[in-house]
Design a protein. Structure first.
Length: 201
């Protein structure tokens, strides 16, 4: 039976997307985080197993740029928004990831993202701020679906790469962490599975 640990040299790809109050991970608020856990089936194909997300309370003293809220559509005063603090949000994401690491016998999770340096920087900054001790993610390695999308479909913008791959895209739902994580995961699985067919890897 194919094992995901063998496919990625002992690493477990976890798709992550964050929505923030700006571009500076040290000063700007983390507002949403979502993660897709991937599963490898008996044929060696990847698919989404589980999606976890959290709305996050801006940390004390953080900045939230109005333009960022306009872009993401996040309303911090929305009564249906139920944010939790950064440490609780990290725990909500990390516990299922650690469980999957044990299940798959992988040694470390690797963040998969669309231009993942941004997501990883905000994740690492939140880990440092909260002094979170059991971070399952590699601190600097990542898989980039912008690069993979450019290779596979000639498209580096997430919406365009997703559509080029034949995956549905709803612009009205875009820029929420959960939706973007799911679409990034679908794109990543599509490319990895297609490469398996083409190369036999």
């Amino acid at each position: 039976m194919p094992r995901i640990s063998d496919r990625f040299r002992g690493f477990l790809p976890i798709v992550v997307d964050v929505e923030t109050g700006g571009f500076n991970p040290k000063t700007d608020a983390l507002l949403e985080i979502a993660a897709c856990i991937l599963h490898m089936d008996h044929f060696g194909r990847l698919k989404i197993e589980e999606t976890i997300d959290a709305q996050v309370e801006p940390f004390k003293g953080s900045r939230v740029e109005p333009r960022s809220l306009e872009f993401t559509g996040i309303d911090l005063d929305d009564p249906e928004r139920c944010p939790i603090n950064e440490k609780e949000a990290l725990r909500k994401i990390f516990l299922p990831v650690r469980k999957e690491l044990r299940k798959t016998e992988c040694k470390r999770a690797v963040l998969v993202g669309h231009n993942p340096a941004f997501d990883l920087a905000f994740l690492n900054a939140a880990i440092e701020r909260t002094d979170y001790k059991r971070n399952p993610f590699h601190p600097f390695s990542s898989f980039d679906t912008a690069t993979l999308g450019g290779l596979a479909y000639g498209q580096t913008v997430l919406a365009r790469a997703v559509q080029a791959a034949g995956i549905d895209w709803n612009e009205a739902e875009a820029h929420s962490a959960r939706y973007d994580a799911i679409k990034t995961a679908e794109l990543f699985c599509n490319i990895v599975n297609r490469w398996k067919i083409l190369s036999g890897f």
